[in-house]
Ligand binder design. Sequence first.
Ligand code: GAR
Length: 190
Amino acid sequence: MKKIIILASGSGSNAENIITHFKHNPNITIAAVLTNKKTAGVLERCQRLKVPTLVFDREAFYHSTLVLDVIASQEPALIVLAGFLWKIPQSFIDRFPNQIINIHPALLPKYGGKGMYGHHVHKAVKDHAETETGITIHYVNEHYDEGAIIKQENVAVLPSDSVDDIAKKVHQLEQAHFPKVIHNLLVSHG
Ligand code: GAR
C-alpha cells in the first residue's frame, strides 16, 4: 500500500478531492492530513471522510522533530501540500527528496513566493491584466515555489473576469488535474 500524507492550512477542497479520488484504490491510501491551523475547514472535511488528522503548532514544526517523526513513521510514498502555507523546513526536504509536492494557483514562476497564496495570487493576475493563468504542480525545495515543475495547466483570463471568476477557473483546474498528477507520480515511481 502506498501512503500519501497531506498538509493543508485552509478550506481543504483539494485535500477532499484527493481523498475522494483514491477512496476505492486498493494500492494508494491517504494515511493522514496534517494542519497548522486548528480552525481549518480541512479538519471538518476529514472528520466526515474518516481520515486521521493532526494539528501542530509552529514550535512542533520548526523546533522539534515531532511532525517529521509522525510523517516518517508512516513511510509515505508522497507528501502533498494542498494549500499549505508554511515554508517546509530543510530537514523535511533532506529526509524526503523528490517526495514532497505542492500545488500553486498560478503559472510559476509568475505570481509565486512568500505571501502569494489564494486570493492574493488571483488579484495580482487581474491587476497585471494577464490573458492567461493556471496551476503549477511542482516539487518542493528550500525556496518558496521554486522546485522543479511537474505539470502546468493553463486557462484563459478574459478582461471581463473578476478576481472571483479567475479563482473559480483555477479551482476547476485544480480539481481536474491534481489527483491525476499524484496518481501518475505514484505509479511511475514504481
Ligand atoms: C489552492 O488554490 C491552492 O492552489 C493554494 O491554496 C488553495 C487552497 O485551497 N495554494 C497556494 O496558494 C500555495 N501558495 P483548498 O484549501 O480549498 O484546497
